[in-house]
Design a protein around this ligand. Structure first.
Ligand SMILES: [Zn+2]
Length: 53
């Protein structure tokens, strides 16, 4: 079981083994694709993480 998130900006999804690694991926993706996102907004994105299936 892994964790995934759908980017709220609608450009794909990110997947990792656990929330900690997922946060790293979200941060890396945001830095590259959505540099306007604040840390607070990234935390809100993380709140939408769910188990992948
Ligand atoms: Zn994105």
């Amino acid at each position: 079981m892994s964790r995934e998130i759908h980017c709220p900006m609608g450009d794909g999804h990110l997947e990792a083994d656990d929330d900690e690694q997922l946060l790293e991926k979200v941060r890396a993706h945001a830095a590259e694709a959505h540099p306007e996102l604040t840390d607070e907004q990234i935390q809100q994105v993380m709140a939408g993480a769910h188990d992948s299936h």
